[in-house]
Design a protein around this ligand. Structure first.
Ligand SMILES: [Ca+2]
Length: 390
């Protein structure tokens, strides 16, 4: 059995992080120049080029545990359809392995005619390493619900081009971008100071690595938007933790306690109040076919045909929606946030303190508690059903 995580002294954590950062800075030495490097690997395409956003469009980096037509995927659709300048997609293991996320993101971007948006394969394991083999013990000790394990439910694929099952419509023609996801985040923030909103829609591993490796970027980030945490509601991965934070609690702790100029969180407190069912599916698929609506029909149609009462949450989609329309937020509170990283029943629990009575080292995060659901769905349907933004 592995060393119990609570017995890992801080110095070990520091050395682990140092080793990870060293690997990060030297990762992926390209021994062979790609015949045709991804056009956008150095940043967003120039205006007028395929995949270019309108001049002046807000800039985002999309950090994600991407899957096919899941909440991450729909959040990306929403941002791009609304004309946001997506500088790049960086993947992390969570719902999927980082390699799977890269394959799915490349394919989804290709389907939307946006193959020039670079996709970087990021961290495959949490800062403290994989816990796959200790999950049964974790469940027995702490009551962790093992019904959903994301990437840890199946073996790590050998590469983003060799998944157990090809992506929807096959593998994308474009390769993933060369280089490190962490370095891409750092370089883009330095290139566009005070302009980039960083979407953190999976475990925060890439972001934690970026701010530890290059802390000078912290004041240059415009805003960080997380899907993550469960503040005044139960967790969805065991009694207390939300999945993204549970997957890499140490990374979430680093991210939330970093003094970014502006942090906004979409936790389970709000996502648990928004349901997606057949009525919403019918609105998305009612009109003209586009690659997006066709994918909804192909991938969600069978589920609703079998069970018209099926419904689910949209988690990450809410981050994109409130970014596009902040007025959708009907209730929110400013809290100072900490993450419990003691390896116990509360491992990965997010704690939101009253700013007047908060522990030292915590940072202010705006916690969204409710949104205007009908207006949210109006935006969702409007953007996802219009002709593809190119
Ligand atoms: Ca996600």
């Amino acid at each position: 059995m592995r060393l119990a995580r609570k017995s890992i002294p801080q110095v070990v954590f520091a050395s682990v992080l140092t080793a990870v950062l060293a690997a990060c800075s030297t990762a992926q030495p390209s021994t062979q120049a790609p015949a045709s490097p991804p056009a956008a690997a150095q940043g967003a395409p120039a205006p007028g080029q395929p995949g270019a956003a309108p001049p002046g469009a807000p800039k985002v980096i999309f950090d994600t545990d991407f899957n096919e037509l899941n909440d991450d995927s729909q959040a990306l659709f929403l941002l791009m359809q609304a004309g946001v300048d997506v500088l790049g997609v960086t993947t992390v293991s969570g719902n999927t392995w980082a390699s799977e996320g890269a394959a799915y993101a490349l394919r989804q971007l290709e389907l939307q005619g946006r193959p020039n948006i670079p996709v970087f394969e990021g961290a495959s394991d949490p800062l403290f390493g994989s816990r796959m083999d200790q999950l049964p013990a974790e469940s027995a000790l702490y009551g962790t619900d093992l019904s959903y394990l994301g990437a840890w439910s199946h073996p790590r694929p050998p590469s983003y081009q060799r998944l157990p099952k090809p992506p929807y419509g096959g593998y994308a023609k474009a390769p993933k971008a060369e280089g490190s996801a962490v370095d891409f985040i750092v370089d883009q923030i330095k290139k566009h100071p005070h302009e980039i909103t960083l979407f953190v829609l999976g475990p925060a591993t890439n972001v934690a690595l970026a701010v530890k490796k290059n802390p000078e970027i912290v004041p240059l980030v415009k805003q960080v938007i997380y899907m993550g945490g469960a503040f005044d509601v139960p967790g969805n991965q065991g009694p207390a933790a939300e999945f993204n934070v549970w997957f890499d609690p140490e990374a979430a702790r680093i991210a939330f306690t970093t003094p970014f100029p502006d942090q906004l969180a979409i936790p389970l407190d709000v996502t648990d109040t928004v349901f997606y069912g057949k009525a919403e599916y019918d609105r998305v698929t009612a009109g003209e076919n586009t690659p997006i609506t066709q994918e909804f029909k192909d991938l969600q149609g069978p589920k609703f045909a079998k069970d018209p009462n099926s419904r689910d949450h949209l988690w990450d989609v809410l981050t994109a929606a409130v970014f596009l329309q902040p007025g959708l937020i009907t209730a929110a509170e400013m809290r100072r946030v900490q993450v419990d990283t003691q390896y116990g029943v509360d491992y990965g629990r997010t704690l939101g303190y009253d700013p007047a009575h908060a522990p030292a080292g915590t940072q202010q995060v705006r916690i969204v508690q409710r949104i205007d659901v009908p207006k949210f769905y109006d935006l969702f349907v409007q953007e996802l059903t219009k002709p593809l933004a190119r």
